[in-house]
Design a protein around this ligand. Structure first.
Ligand SMILES: [Zn+2]
Length: 65
């Protein structure tokens, strides 16, 4: 299991996406690619245990309906 870097370190996805799509992770509040296409409300370190639990196909939460 990888150890997340300090919360002052943004998620790598935040570094490669447009600045206006960066938001705070819903779990740990670090900067992550949150909005727009390919965004996620969770950073990769918060998403990791979620994906292990629900399967790798899970990318968005509560998008049904
Ligand atoms: Zn997080």
């Amino acid at each position: 299991m990888t150890t997340p870097p300090p919360l002052s370190e943004p998620d790598p996805s935040a570094l490669i996406c447009p600045g206006d799509r960066v938001g705070l992770c819903a779990g740990c509040q670090r900067k992550t690619h949150r909005y727009g296409s390919g965004g996620s409300p969770l950073c990769q370190w918060c998403m990791e245990p979620v994906q292990e639990k629900w399967g790798a196909g899970v990318r968005y939460i509560s998008t049904r309906g």
